[in-house]
Design a protein around this ligand. Structure first.
Ligand SMILES: [Zn+2]
Length: 97
């Protein structure tokens, strides 16, 4: 029933599919780019919130340091559990009320 020759329509469909393939590629590259970007952001965040900071092995130790800082006039510090090293760090970030 169907013609043995590829019809003009089939040709257009194939061209369209090829175009979609090209787009898939584009999306893949975009995903890769986003992943690279988030990996860099992640590294920068880790550097900022973990590696560049003093590390305390316990909440108590962090609290003692906060108390010592407060005694020297540095207030507004609070401790947070670090998701990277599992230790504790101090931050000046104001706590949300
Ligand atoms: Zn850390």
């Amino acid at each position: 029933m169907a013609s043995k020759k590829p019809s003009a329509k089939a040709k257009r469909i194939n061209e369209f599919k090829a175009q979609l393939g090209g787009l898939d590629d584009l999306f893949e590259r975009e995903e890769q780019r986003k992943e690279d970007l988030s990996a860099r952001k992640e590294a920068a965040l880790r550097e900022k919130s973990c590696e560049s900071k003093n590390r305390y092995s316990s909440y108590d130790e962090a609290q003692k340091t906060i108390a010592a800082c407060a005694a020297h006039g540095t207030r507004g510090l609070h401790a947070y559990r670090c998701p990277y090293c599992n230790g504790w760090h101090l931050t000046h970030k104001p706590q949300r009320k």
